[in-house]
Design a protein around this ligand. Structure first.
Ligand code: NI
Length: 136
């Protein structure tokens, strides 16, 4: 009997989407407003889901408090109110698109999730635009 446990979280961060090997015109053509050289912010919303068997002793798949603290330490502390390009090491050489951010978040959380449990991360960059990664 596998059950999915989900926790929502939130962070604000600035980014700029651009390739230094492209000129401004090409960056703007591909990345649009997100290529703005002066950066801009998003209110990112996150849903982290862990799927696994219910522990018969505790009745939990994962303790929500443990999941909350994990998201706080691995994601919120690292990303909240940061300039992703300049202040988050993973994005020194990786374009901070929603796709790349969700993979980075997944990879930060995965080592802390019990083997045998599945992890899925959904990242909203805007209320209408979101990406999903579950490690495949
Ligand atoms: Ni953007």
């Amino acid at each position: 009997m596998r059950v999915t446990v989900s926790r929502k979280a939130h962070f604000n961060a600035a980014h700029r989407l651009y390739r230094p090997d492209w000129d401004d015109a090409q960056n703007e053509a591909v990345f649009g407003l997100c290529a703005n050289p002066h950066y801009h912010g998003h209110n990112y919303e996150l849903i982290v889901s862990v799927t696994g068997d219910i522990d018969p002793e505790t009745g939990y798949v994962i303790d929500m408090k443990v999941l909350k603290d994990l998201i706080h330490s691995e994601v919120e502390t690292a990303f909240d109110h940061k300039n992703l390009n300049e202040q988050v090491p993973e994005f020194k050489t990786l374009i901070p698109t929603a796709e790349n951010i969700v993979v980075v978040i997944y990879n930060k959380l995965r080592p802390h999730i019990q083997a045998g449990n599945d992890l899925e991360v959904v990242l909203y960059e805007t209320p209408r635009n979101f990406v999903t990664y579950s490690g495949s």
